[in-house]
Design a protein. Structure first.
Ligand code: URA
Length: 219
């Protein structure tokens, strides 16, 4: 029988849960990490965060939503106007399409799925996130990964893929294979907001979802 390490070798990535990049996390005597945040301290930190200029214009920080023990972690770009108002990621039109995408592979928001964004605060006018904002938010995303310990990450869109994989390769080249972030397998697909404007790419997004589901099945 294959061990999980065999599976990860087959996928060309390291064994899961050797998280190397959590600022502030402490190392116990046995070498294991203690999370820098609990859910309570993380929720409080995001709610009161002033680490970047977005604090001045956002209505509220949007940490994420869903099952805190999920196998699936979905990562988008940043809250938009609806998310900023309601305090939950992907609640607008793009969110409806995301829910439909999840349903197409038998998943449901909140049930073994956690949804978050690279940025926890809305960039004004929905402009692109800036590098200092991404850097300021990174500890929160890393803390979420450490707390959730997902089996697989689905990165939605160019911005999430680029900031997680530290690349500027086109989505067309990033999709179709399994990457890794913090030693968690990561699959890239199109952002639902993009798919709303580019219907033909829905077929490609479906292929990506199938790749993610196949990958999850062998983990
Ligand atoms: N787009 C995103 O990337 N995230 C959201 O939460 C909403 C729209």
């Amino acid at each position: 029988m294959l061990s999980s390490d065999d599976v990860f070798n087959e996928l060309g990535i390291g064994p899961v849960w050797r998280l190397r990049e959590t600022p502030g996390s402490s190392r116990a005597d046995d070498g294991s990490h203690a999370p820098a945040y609990t859910w309570d301290t993380l929720t409080d930190a995001v709610a009161h965060c002033t680490a970047c200029k977005l604090a001045a214009s956002r209505t509220q920080g949007v940490l994420g939503v869903g099952d805190r023990n999920a196998d699936w972690l979905i990562i988008g770009e940043a809250p938009g106007a609806d998310e900023d108002a309601q305090g939950e990621p992907f609640v607008g039109q793009a969110g409806k399409l995301l829910d439909a995408m999840l349903a197409s592979i038998g998943l449901k928001r909140g049930d073994n799925v956690y949804i978050t964004n690279v940025l926890k605060s809305r960039p004004p006018g929905n402009r692109n996130p800036e590098p200092d904002e991404v850097a300021a938010c990174r500890p929160y995303l890393l803390a979420q990964i450490e707390l959730i310990q997902p089996k697989l990450i689905l990165a939605l869109g160019r911005f999430a893929a680029h900031s997680l994989l530290d690349t500027d390769e086109a989505i067309a080249r990033l999709r179709g294979r399994v990457h890794s972030f913090c030693n968690v397998p990561l699959v890239v697909t199109y952002h639902p907001a993009y798919l709303l404007r580019n219907l033909p790419d829905k077929a490609r997004a479906w292929e990506d979802l199938c790749l993610a589901r196949r990958t999850m099945q062998i983990l």
